[in-house]
Design a protein around this ligand. Structure first.
Ligand code: NDP
Length: 313
């Protein structure tokens, strides 16, 4: 039986409407959460991501503003910008879009963001809160992975979870969240021996690698839930054939656009897995939904009892 497809778009829409309802309640108390996005230079992919984030703010009723320093911006200039945003009361969340230009000390800039406004959840203070199970801001993509599992009624507690990838942005926080949700967690990386064998132990397999279609059917225990975080652009026709031979819909788009978006999981995994997130339309939409969630959460945490206690978000 083919895997149940976990529809990230509809889960993300559900979260976005919950967030919009919270924003409405806050408006009644005279508060509007605000997000500042810092986009340095002209990276086309970053520009697309930022456009999506600003549009999401409009949709849920969050105030947003964009700061676009030039490609030549220095660390000092960005630190001054972040410092100014830290001080402004109407700004609840600050997002510095990565990557920053090479001359900028990215770690220093991210460290300068007030942890209470760190809606990306990258600040070591928030990393510490996550690892000690204290309330804080959790990185958006891994938080989205957990929301998909929860809202799809996939049990996590007591399950074997394997995360492939150990980045600070995805792999490590995803592993931490799964552990906090009482899964038994194994984290794999490029030095792991017998990666397929380790992955086959998983009831929940999270792929956050950055390699198109690397997770093939031999990585997957029959019936396992597979969460594909990867977003890879495939332009090589041979690589396309390895992944999508016989998929006429994909072939048509590939011919038209010269590329296609592929996860880290090979499509053949759908024949083995019990449940699977698609790419596109799986984890991707959750990332922006959780950013909206984090902005509202940051507003509530920072403004304390100036807003009434809100329900779920
Ligand atoms: P990184 O490059 O920072 O990390 C990749 C991880 O995968 C590393 O830990 C690396 O191991 C591991 N890895 C690489 N090659 C192998 C291999 N052959 N075998 C086993 N492990 C390997 O990537 P990110 O974590 O930032 O992103 C991962 C993927 O998720 C990318 O495709 C990215 O585009 C996507 N992504 C998607 C988002 C979304 O919104 N859906 C958001 C963020 C990322 P090692 O540490 O040993 O080098």
């Amino acid at each position: 039986m083919p895997a149940r497809i976990l529809d990230g778009t509809s889960i993300a829409n559900e979260i976005r409407s919950e967030v919009a309802a919270e924003v409405k309640k806050m408006a009644a108390a005279g508060v509007r959460p605000g997000l500042a996005v810092v986009l340095v230079g002209h990276n086309p992919a970053s520009e697309i991501y930022v456009r999506g984030k600003v549009k999401a703010c409009e949709d849920v009723g969050v105030y947003s503003e964009e700061h676009t320093p030039p490609e030549t911006a220095t660390t000092a200039e960005l630190l001054a910008l972040v410092d100014n945003l830290n001080r402004r009361d109407e700004i609840d969340g600050i997002l510095v879009q990565l990557p920053l230009p090479l001359q900028v000390d990215s770690k220093q800039v991210l460290m300068a963001v007030d942890p209470m406004k760190d809606v990306d959840g990258f600040h070591p203070v928030n990393v510490g809160f996550l690892s000690t199970q204290r309330p804080g801001l959790v990185p958006c993509t891994p938080a989205g992975v957990i929301e998909i599992l929860k809202r799809s009624q996939i049990p996590v507690a007591g399950q074997e979870a394997v995360v492939v990838g150990r980045s600070d942005i995805v792999g490590k926080p995803a592993a931490m969240l799964l552990m906090n949700a009482n899964a038994t967690v194994t984290v794999c990386h490029s030095k792991t021996h017998d990666l397929p064998g380790v992955c086959r132990r998983a009831n929940i397999l999270v792929a956050a690698i950055g390699r198109a279609g690397m997770v093939t059917r031999d990585f997957v225990k029959p019936g396992a839930t597979v969460i594909d975080v990867g977003m890879n652009k495939v332009t090589d026709p041979a690589e396309f054939q390895r992944l999508f031979a016989g998929n006429s819909k994909r072939e048509q788009t590939f011919r038209m656009k010269g590329s296609t978006l592929v996860g880290d999981v090979h499509p053949e995994v759908a024949e083995v897995a019990g449940a699977l997130t698609p790419v596109p339309g799986g984890v991707g939409p959750l990332t922006i939904a959780m950013l909206m969630y984090n902005t509202v959460k940051a507003a509530k945490m920072r403004r304390g009892n100036r807003v009434p206690e809100l329900s779920r978000v």
